[in-house]
Design a protein around this ligand. Sequence first.
Ligand SMILES: C[S@@+](CC[C@H](N)C(=O)[O-])C[C@H]1O[C@@H](n2cnc3c(N)ncnc32)[C@H](O)[C@@H]1O
Length: 324
Amino acid sequence: MTSRLRVDNYLDADYFDRALRSDVLAGLQLSPKKLPPKWFYDDRGSELFEQITRLDEYYPTEAERSILRTYASDIARASGADTLVELGSGAADKTRVLLDGLSQTGQLERFVPFDVSEGILRSSSRDLLEEYPELTICGVVGDFEHHLGKIPTEGKKLTALLGGTVGNFDPDLRRRFLHEIVAGMTPGDSFLLGTDLVKDIDRLELAYNDPSGITAEFNKNVLHVLNDRVAANFDPDQFEHYAKFDTDNEWIDIRLRSLTDQDVRVAELDLDIHFAEGEFLHTEISAKFRKEKVAAEVAEVGLELTEWWTDERGDYALSLSVLK
Ligand SMILES: C[S@@+](CC[C@H](N)C(=O)[O-])C[C@H]1O[C@@H](n2cnc3c(N)ncnc32)[C@H](O)[C@@H]1O
């Protein structure tokens, strides 16, 4: 089975440590303080995210799955792809619906999962190899910021970015990210994008403030990662989760708020950081979209939006675009 699995890891311990140190050093000295969301996802963070996807309040996962179930065959036919590339594949759970659609066309050859978290990429790949005996998997453990160019180029590709992951980028970074994704595509290749849609604020905010506190735990996981990887001494109980809809930018703004006036030491960086009571550490945004915005943003990087599908409630959209 192993000959059908290759995993290239571009995040050796050195890269990982250097990138984390530079983000921590820069981000904790900014005003307001800020850390990139990729540092949520160690093995514990990936597991917490999986738990979030099973929460009743977190509607995007089921909405996206229902669209995939209804349109997987259309996606497979329209793309004509033999290779599925999934960016930020995580547990690759909904991926199965797409793989089923592609297998039915008889074209499916390979799956290329790309994720920053090696643990979850390897475990999901092992499961998929058992479930799809004809499939070859070429996994890439990398960072969207630096390693998209390492994605294997073989095959006619359908590149999927699901789970609303695109919404975690601010508009400038998103433009750059989309541009780099397209740079790895060949004319005729397709891009499948999952975007959460603008809707009622109460439902949006509840999705990020579940009463069971899993999202809060996920948000605070970045503090555990800093404690483990750069010998910081954050006390996660001294911070609270904050998630509110920013109506101007149409994104959920996710932060941690310091509950007290406190000092934190990051021993490996010889860095002492002060948090005033009530001060925020910005950890993530989750942008919400409208069709016109998605069509305009993909057009800007040379893609043509050809299909737009939503779930029954109109909560979430999957769009298919083609590189001209
Ligand atoms: C919002 S989750 C979506 C997971 C899955 N695609 C889904 O739909 O449920 C984002 C995924 O992207 C990965 N990720 C986040 N930042 C990344 C980065 N900078 N480079 C590579 N992967 C990243 C995370 O590990 C996680 O699996």
